[in-house]
Each structure stands twice: as structure tokens, then as C-alpha cells.
Design a binder for this molecule. Structure first.
Ligand SMILES: Cc1ncc(COP(=O)(O)O)c(C=O)c1O
Length: 394
């Protein structure tokens, strides 16, 4: 599914040098390495500020808190995401509200979000948290329109989308310009968990913003609510970023665009090889259900305007669980992101959601399958994955 050793071999000398530099500096938490990394990440994302923290989960919480989410508020997000998208809302004192996903991209559907808002039952809903799932930006123009109409803040869960961009986000002189994930809302959260496109050797996260006051607030919140030693202006937590992780991430950040390009190439190779088997239906904006008399595989769809970074290459598959077992017997790793939608998680029973509330998210949970994807994956390995899928269906 993922071989991190191959990437390590490429950057090993630089990583060891960076680790040595931190050990010699005796600065292990925050400090100059973290500040440099924050500067470089802000430049990369096209924001004024970036604030490192201890994980992507904390980054989502910090981003929401800095965007002004208060206890008792409601925050609208996708039911098809990693648990932290919703748990961070709860940690900020708010209540998660869900709307269904777009079946083609698996991202939160702005039309469905609009229906929730126009339904009017969510008076305390002041924040939208779209997730750029699998490395593809959610349709941010539409979310910005909703935010303008209903006076909401848009916070991005960009944990899976470093380097992804959205082309129609701003129009200067009538021309569309591309903006990177991280610069599309008031704040945005990134994760550098070891499986991510830019990965630490441990836990790490970061929040971006172009608002200096929010950045100052984020810096306080991640450090016990304190900007001066032993003076705690507000409640905060220990959410600081280690210098060691920052130094490692600084080495890798230089390569991330190339690695993302390699992921896109591998996605195109999967598209081609799967199409050649005759078993796959081309990616389409309108996805219908996987059905026995249809192609058993549906390819991923990239929406116009999004530049995908393929954190995951996710197909829909007929008899998904049996296919997964078949591939596993051939030592081919696959994953299901995510098998239980958030609104059906036991810990969110108090929200009162039921099976059938978000049918597209529930259907996706039964059909999606992530195939092996990382920049160093070889064409030979991809051919073996696709051949094995063909062997299962034929
Ligand atoms: C969409 C999303 N949000 C938040 C997170 C949380 O990040 P972390 O694992 O670094 O805490 C992740 C990580 O898996 C994620 O995929």
C-alpha cells in the first residue's frame, strides 16, 4: 500500500544532516527550525502565516478555534472523512452538522450544504469545514458563495491535500487564478502524519492563515494560551511542533511538488491500465451506483478546477470486500477510506442521525477502495495490481 523506505533512501543524507543540526542546537521544541518551516509552508501555500502544531487533529481544532468557533456553535462538515474532522469540532465545543457528499468526487456537496442552511434549522451554524478528500480540493467557489450568503467562515481540512490547488477560487480582471489548498479559507489545517504526501517521522501538523491576528491567536492556543511566559491569557493546550519534525519536514518540502507530480503520473497509469482491461467505467461527473450489469470498477473523477495530488487513488468496486480479500491474498495492500461514515459512528449517536440520512456517503463507504499509491510505486507493480483486479472479475 505504501513503502516509506524508498523515499527515505532518496533523502537519507539530508535528513540525517537535519537531525544532527537539531541535536547540536539543543532547541527541541518550537524555535528557529519551526519558524523557518512555518515561513516556508506559508510561502508554499500562498498565505501570510503558518503555525506549526503537534498533529493534524490539533491543527483542525486550532483552525476552528482561531476562526472563532465558540462552545455551542455548529460546524458543517462531510460525513465521509477521517474521524478528526468531526472530533475536532467537538473539541472546539461545537456540534458537528453533516450534509451529503458529491458521489463523483466524494467531497462535501455544496448543494446539499446549501439545503441544510436554507432549511434554517441551524441558527448557530457559523462555520463550514469542507475536507479536501483524497487530495482533491472541495469546490471552494461554491462554499465561498454559501459563506457570503449566510455570513459563515470557511475553514479547510487540508490534511490530505498539501500542494493541491483550486483554479476558479479568485478571479482577477475576469481571469481565473489557481490558489493552493491552505489559502482558500480563513484558516486551514494540515497533517504530516507519516502516510501523508508530506510526512514527518512522527506526529506533526500546521495551520495556515493570512490573518495576522488569527496567527497570533493560534500561537497562543498551541502554547497553553500564553504569549508571555507564565501568563495565560486564555485556555490553551500543549500543541507545539517539535524542532526535529520541522527540520525533517523542511528537507521534504523541497521535494513535495515533484512527489505530487509522480502521484499524478501513477494515477494516470492506473486510469489507462484499468481502462485497458475493459472492466472500468471512465470517470464521470454523474456517478451511478455500482451494479452487477455495469462495469465493476469506476475510476476516480477530478472535477474541473481542481488540481488533484492523489493522496489516495480511490476506485469504486463491485463486490469490494471480496476483491480486497483476493488482493490481500496476493500481498497487495488496499484500504477503505472510510468504512463507517461519521454520522453513524457510535460516539456521535447523540446527534440523532440515522442510516439513510446521507445515502451517498453511506454508499461510498460500501464501494470505495484505495489502491497502492506513492511516488515511488513502479509501473510493474501497478500492472500487477491491475492484472490481479482483472483476474478477480474474469
Ligand atoms: C481529513 C483528515 N483530517 C484530519 C486528520 C488528522 O491528522 P493527524 O492524523 O495528523 O492527527 C487526518 C489524518 O489522517 C485526515 O485525513
Amino acid at each position: 500500500m505504501l513503502d516509506l523506505q524508498r523515499q527515505y533512501e532518496q533523502v537519507r543524507a539530508e535528513i540525517l544532516q537535519a537531525v544532527g543540526r537539531v541535536c547540536a542546537s539543543q532547541h527541541y521544541v518550537l524555535g528557529p527550525e519551526v519558524e523557518q518551516f512555518e515561513r516556508e509552508m506559508a510561502d508554499f501555500c500562498g498565505t501570510r502565516e503558518a503555525v506549526g502544531c503537534s498533529s493534524g487533529t490539533d491543527a483542525v481544532w486550532l483552525a476552528l478555534a482561531a476562526a472563532g468557533v465558540q462552545p455551542g456553535d455548529r460546524v458543517l462538515t462531510s460525513p465521509l472523512s477521517f474521524f478528526a474532522s468531526a472530533s475536532a469540532i467537538v473539541r472546539a465545543g461545537a456540534r458537528p452538522v453533516f450534509a451529503d457528499i458529491e458521489p463523483a468526487t466524494f467531497n462535501l456537496d455544496p448543494q446539499k450544504a446549501g439545503e441544510v442552511l436554507r432549511g434554517g434549522g441551524e441558527a448557530k451554524l457559523r462555520t463550514l469545514l469542507p475536507v479536501h478528500l483524497y487530495g482533491q480540493c472541495a469546490p471552494m467557489d461554491s462554499f465561498q458563495q454559501l459563506a457570503d450568503e449566510f455570513h459563515l467562515a470557511v475553514v479547510e481540512d487540508a490534511a490530505q491535500a498539501i500542494g493541491a490547488s483550486w483554479v476558479n477560487a479568485t478571479k482577477t480582471d475576469g481571469k481565473a487564478t489557481a490558489k493552493r489548498a491552505g489559502s482558500l479559507g480563513v484558516t486551514a489545517a494540515f497533517s504530516f502524519y507519516p502516510t501523508k504526501n508530506l510526512s514527518a517521522y512522527g506526529e506533526a501538523g500546521l495551520v495556515t492563515t493570512s490573518n495576522p491576528e488569527m496567527a497570533a491567536h493560534l500561537r497562543r492556543l498551541r502554547n497553553h494560551g500564553s504569549s508571555r511566559r507564565y501568563v495565560h491569557e486564555e485556555m490553551g493546550w500543549n500543541s507545539r511542533l517539535d524542532a526535529m519534525q520541522a527540520a525533517i519536514l523542511r528537507v521534504k518540502l523541497k521535494y513535495v511538488e515533484g512527489w505530487n507530480q509522480a502521484r499524478r503520473q501513477r494515477a494516470a497509469t492506473y486510469d489507462r491500465l484499468l481502462a485497458e482491461t475493459g472492466l472500468a467505467r471512465a470517470a464521470a461527473p454523474a456517478q451511478s451506483a455500482i451494479a452487477p450489469d455495469d462495469a465493476p470498477i469506476h475510476l476516480p473523477y477530478t472535477i474541473p478546477g481542481a488540481q488533484h495530488v492523489f493522496h489516495q487513488y480511490v476506485i469504486r468496486a463491485y463486490r469490494r470486500d471480496e476483491l480486497r480479500e483476493f488482493l490481500s491474498a496476493r500481498k497487495i495492500g488496499t484500504e477503505i477510506y472510510y468504512p463507517i461514515p461519521l454520522h453513524l459512528q457510535p460516539c456521535f449517536a447523540y446527534l440523532g442521525c440515522r442510516e439513510g440520512d446521507f445515502p451517498e456517503a453511506e454508499r461510498a463507504a460500501k464501494e470505495v477502495l484505495a489502491l497502492p499509491m506513492f511516488p515511488e510505486l513502479t509501473e510493474e507493480e501497478q500492472r500487477w495490481v491491475v492484472q490481479s483486479i482483472a483476474d478477480f472479475y474474469c
